[in-house]
Design a binder for this molecule. Structure first.
Ligand SMILES: *Cc1c(COP(=O)(O)O)cnc(C)c1O
Length: 377
């Protein structure tokens, strides 16, 4: 028994190794990207959009990095995200819920100082009732739909909403907001259409300031900034405008572990469905991450990883938990169990991976999942 216990305590002190990969998040790059956005929108301010667990990078540590850089406005999509973030963030960091006020969340929102973005008359009514019940004033943001047809009051409702708010509803309307649908295409006619719609809505509410620009919107010019920009992607190092050089600093590095290597002969079939057949003798490495780790299946036979600058193409289909790369271009025995190869880093950007997968950087980031060992530096 003693023998067992001593063995057990040995085991308990051992650190697990063999993570499928390492996701490194550079907190100082996050702070610098926030500072850059804040200076671009000055004299307005920059919020930080930290929905979907801060685009997959961890809402707690990421929000605190932005807080340290001066950010005090944090947008999440869902009420549950706000509840999870609230205890991790200083009290003067305001948390806004973009998706509105769901029935049943009013009391928790009020108690935890979570600010709903109100998208309908029903939401205004329920938030106002909660203010009455608690005999207090409650903060809120009004969202208008300026052309995306997704969330918010339609512009036609602006007069009715104004007269409703002229009779005291117990609400402190902090500002109003709208969202741009095509800001990443600077030439798109919808940008000017939405700006015009926002201006005419604003005329109805001369006392309220407007929050309009997302990351790409910041680069459309000063007239799109409003008093509070809401960047997300750019803060995480993503390119705010497609095609142009990326002005933001990279934030993440993703290294994937090798779990086996082998040499195969001509005719060898690789992976599910034998989608790849070796045309000659090849050296292969199996990596420990797959589509369950955000390395989308559409990377099959298209994407690549890098090792010391050498491109190693993905061969065959990406599996759920693994994928196979061709390492023939590396000297023999360069890679072995536990070696790390670069998926996102100095040789391959987030945008490169997204392009190879036929998607956008947003989807790659938010798909990364929970299995990587995370390092915040
Ligand atoms: C996601 C989102 C943002 C941030 O958009 P980015 O393109 O990531 O900068 C801003 N506002 C709203 C309403 C959003 O849904």
């Amino acid at each position: 028994m003693d023998d067992f216990n001593s063995k057990f305590s040995l085991l308990a002190s051992a650190e697990p190794t063999g993570a499928c990969g390492y996701l490194t998040v550079d907190l100082s790059a996050l702070r610098r990207n926030y500072a850059k956005m804040a200076s671009l929108v000055a004299p307005g301010s920059a919020a930080a959009v930290v929905k979907a667990d801060a685009y997959g990078l961890g809402a707690g540590p990421v929000s605190n990095a932005f807080y340290d850089a001066g950010c005090r406005h944090f947008f999440v999509a869902q009420f549950q995200e706000a509840m999870a973030l609230r205890p991790q963030l200083a009290d003067d960091g305001q948390i806004f819920v973009l998706n509105g006020l769901q029935p049943g969340n009013e009391e928790l929102a009020a108690i935890h100082h979570i600010v709903p973005v109100l998208n309908s008359f029903d939401q205004v009514r329920r938030w106002s009732q909660m203010a009455g019940k608690l005999r207090t004033r409650l903060p809120a943001v009004l969202q208008f739909d300026s052309g995306m047809s997704r969330l918010g009051f339609p512009p036609e409702d602006r007069r009715e909403l104004r007269s409703l708010l002229q009779s005291d509803q117990g609400l402190d309307i902090l500002f109003m907001m709208s969202h741009l649908a095509s800001a990443d295409e600077p030439e798109h006619a919808q940008n000017a259409d939405q700006l015009a719609a926002v201006k005419s809505i604003c005329q109805e509410f001369p006392d309220l300031r407007i929050s309009l620009a997302n990351s790409a919107g910041v680069f459309l010019g000063d007239n799109y900034h409003g008093f509070l920009a809401r960047p997300g992607l750019a803060l995480y190092g993503g390119a705010p405008v497609g095609g142009a050089a990326n002005p933001m600093q990279p934030v993440i590095r993703l290294d994937i572990s090798v779990i086996q290597t082998r040499t195969v002969n001509a005719g060898a079939r690789v992976g599910y469905g034998a989608a790849y057949v070796a045309s000659g003798e090849r050296r292969l490495a199996t990596l420990a991450a797959g589509y369950a780790d955000g390395l989308l299946r559409s990377l099959s036979d298209r994407g690549a990883v890098f090792y010391q600058g050498v491109r190693l193409p993905i061969v065959g289909r990406v599996s759920m938990d693994s994928m196979t790369v061709d390492v023939t271009d590396l000297p023999d025995n360069t890679l072995s169990l536990g070696s790390l190869v670069e998926m996102i880093g100095p040789h391959q950007t987030l945008e490169d991976v997204a392009a190879a997968a036929g998607t956008i950087a947003y989807e790659v980031l938010t798909s990364l999942g929970q299995r990587y060992h995370r390092r915040y530096i």
